[in-house]
Design a protein around this ligand. Structure first.
Ligand code: FUB
Ligand code: ZN
Length: 660
């Protein structure tokens, strides 16, 4: 047999064995009993902290991002690729993804509150996407526009699509297309965008895989793995699920790794391609790529159990959460490679903690929660939500941090040329567009369904409509959270019905700052949670992070909860050298910082005495309405970390030296 032929046959056998070894066992295993998310459409925010922000997404953030996509030529790229306009490709090779991400966000906006103008505008964009798509389904505007050119576009103009996938983002871009398509279909019932996504995914199914004539590719920037699962869920096309799994299982095995340009000196670990996924043990490499991969693994586990995936993802989650996470929930300490650093290496002033990595952390943890029902994942989610994520956007919703340091001298430019403040947009606009898609989707994370009952995971003024024990039920919450710990839950089944209502009691309310021992409250004190049902005091039994109330509910039932919200001092694990001898301040889920604006221009030199006491004072007109913390004895004022840098550049710190 000629050598070429032998190699070909051998590699086919290799792929067949790998494919059978990884895919088959999972097909034979029973389904796990996961939590079911409550669809976004069922839940509406109606008052308070999150309602204001969901409204902001509709009024400001999403329109702003769409406008920026127009101004920067991102939308024109589709028109040019589709031959509807003359021009050149503008921007960076992953610019298509930004447009898809904002369309996804716009689709959530429509789900929250229908807006015919926005709906029509999206249709006009979808016409451009369809025009830019090549006849066989391929969609990547930079290549379509530059097919026949040479020079700086050589790597794109070459004959092989996906040949440079570990740098090109071809698959990353269309991953975001699929997510947008599903969200748009769910919002409008229209298939115009879904059809573009399906045509592209069908092209991928044909092109990539273990069969003769197909190519083996590992996505250089994960994202499509989760997106394919999502597309499978609306289309029922099992081949999408299989391709997603193929992408996960081929990590560390691709033949195309030689093309990788190792500018960050992380090797293939930069995109989690160092060894097969099930042999990976730590969170490594680019923090967004990594967490999108881990989120996709959780997607698969929610559909089909797989002990190897399970063990691997648990080990990686513990490594990331227990050793590599900022107090904000930020991930990826290293600027070089936008990557995870070694355990406990979490510098403060030059922290990277990309906004996208915070969002990825939430997505990953929520998906882990859906697989397991464990409160610890929602504890991490909540920490990121109020801190690492929310800091990524301005209180007005139209300026963004790409990088999120834990301290700043107010001078050094850490934010990609924007200085020490947020910027309205970036050349690489991954963060503003990720905020645009996450913010309006927030109501989807408030509730879930489990054991034929409803779970309240987040406190937010809202109402959800679900069917429990075959009875339509409306459940609503009224709350001043996160400023106060009072929550009033109304349960209104159409007719009396028995089902469990579970309420997550955040770790912070029972003395645990974060799962693991990376950060801890200096004192363990907090008053027990109080609970009443229809005005009658009831014992608040917290089991594994939840109070579970199983009873026959009737119209007008009211559950009231009070969580004590003292101001707490937080200390770090002693292995984090950058926080040695320092303390941070939190109240409820909100992490505080000192900003020069409130403290005579200085923040970095503020130190805390052991007895220093803070009083929360609500300031309605300040920074969108916040509780500031005031300390009489030292004349120190703290504001929520998420609200810093909204009044111009200034010194800021989260961690304070302890006074000796
Ligand atoms: O590569 C696409 C996105 O741009 C990444 O997720 C971000 O980290 C930024 O590099
Ligand atoms: Zn980003």
């Amino acid at each position: 047999m000629p050598e070429f032929h032998t190699n070909f046959v051998l590699s086919m056998i290799k792929y067949l064995v790998l494919f059978t070894a990884t895919l088959l066992p999972s097909l034979l295993l029973p389904q796990p009993g996961p939590v079911t998310p409550v669809p976004l459409k069922n839940t509406k925010t109606n008052q308070g902290f999150w309602h204001d922000r969901v409204q902001l997404a509709h009024d400001v953030t999403v329109p702003h991002a769409l406008h920026q996509c127009e101004e920067s030529g991102r939308i024109d790229n589709f028109a040019v690729a589709g031959g509807l306009k003359k021009g050149v490709f503008q921007g960076i090779r992953f610019n298509d993804s930004d447009v898809f991400k904002v369309v996804e966000g716009a689709a959530y906006v429509l789900q929250n509150q229908y807006d015919p103008k926005l709906d029509h505008y999206l249709d006009s964009l979808i016409t451009l996407f369809a025009a830019a798509q090549e006849p066989d389904g391929y969609l990547y505007t930079i290549r379509t526009i530059n097919k026949d050119t040479t020079g700086s576009y050589d790597w794109i103009a070459g004959p092989y699509r996906y040949a440079f996938e570990n740098g090109s983002h071809e698959l990353y871009n269309v991953g975001h297309l699929y997510e947008a398509a599903v969200a748009h279909y769910e919002a409008t019932g229209k298939k115009n965008l879904l059809n573009v996504a399906v045509k592209n995914a069908d092209h991928l199914v044909k092109t990539i895989g273990p069969n003769p004539g197909q190519i083996v590719v590992v996505p250089g920037h994960e994202e499509i793995e989760s997106a394919l699962v999502r597309l499978y869920k609306v289309t029922g096309k099992k081949e999408y699920l299989a391709l997603s799994k193929f992408f996960i299982d081929m990590r560390g095995r691709s033949d195309k790794r030689t093309l990788f340009l190792d500018e960050h000196k992380l090797g293939p670990a930069y995109f989690q391609d160092q060894v097969p996924f099930v042999r990976q043990k730590e969170a490594v490499g680019h923090a967004v790529r990594a967490q999108y991969l881990y989120a996709a693994v959780a997607d698969h586990l929610a559909i089909q159990d797989d002990p190897k995936y399970d063990a691997t993802i648990d080990a990686i989650w513990e490594d990331a959460t227990f050793k590599k996470q900022y107090i904000t929930g930020g991930m990826g300490a290293r600027e070089d490679g936008e990557a995870f650093d070694k355990p406990y290496v979490l510098p403060n002033d030059n922290a990277y903690a990309e906004t996208c990595a915070a969002i990825a952390n939430m997505l990953w943890n929520h998906k882990m929660y859906l697989v397991t029902g464990e409160a610890k994942y929602m504890d991490v989610f909540e920490r990121v939500l109020y801190n690492g994520f929310l800091a990524g956007m301005s209180v007005k919703g139209n300026a963004f941090f790409y990088v999120n340091p834990m301290s700043s001298n107010g001078i050094n430019d850490f934010n990609k040329g924007a200085g020490a403040v947020r910027h309205e947009w970036f050349g690489t606009a991954c963060c503003p567009t990720n905020v645009s898609r996450f913010l309006p989707s927030m109501p989807a994370y408030i509730y879930a369904m489990r054991d034929n009952g409803l779970v309240i995971n987040l406190f937010a003024g809202s109402e959800t409509n679900v069917t429990l024990a075959n009875v339509p039920v409306k459940v609503s919450q009224q709350t001043s959270y996160p400023w106060e710990g009072n929550v009033r839950i109304s349960v209104n089944p159409e007719k009396p019905a028995e089902f469990p209502l579970s309420v997550r009691i955040p770790g912070w309310a029972t003395g645990e700052a974060i799962p693991g021992n990376l950060y801890a409250y200096e004192d363990k004190l907090s008053k027990p949670v109080t609970l009443s049902i229809n005005g009658k005091k009831s014992e608040a039994v917290i089991e594994k992070g939840y109070i579970k109330l199983n009873r026959k509910w009737k119209k007008g039932d009211v559950v009231e909860l009070t969580l004590d919200m003292p101001v707490r001092k937080v200390v770090s694990n002693e292995n984090i050298k950058s926080n040695a001898g320092k303390v941070a301040i939190e109240r409820g889920p909100v992490l505080y910082c000192a900003e020069g604006h409130d403290n005579g221009g200085k923040a970095l030199t503020i130190s805390m005495s052991g007895t220093q006491d803070f009083t929360p004072v609500f300031q309605k007109e300040m920074l969108g309405g916040i509780n500031v913390l005031k300390s009489k004895e030292e004349n120190v004022t703290l504001i929520p970390y998420y609200a810093w840098a909204n009044r111009g550049a200034s010194e800021m710190t989260i961690w304070f030296n302890k006074k000796q």
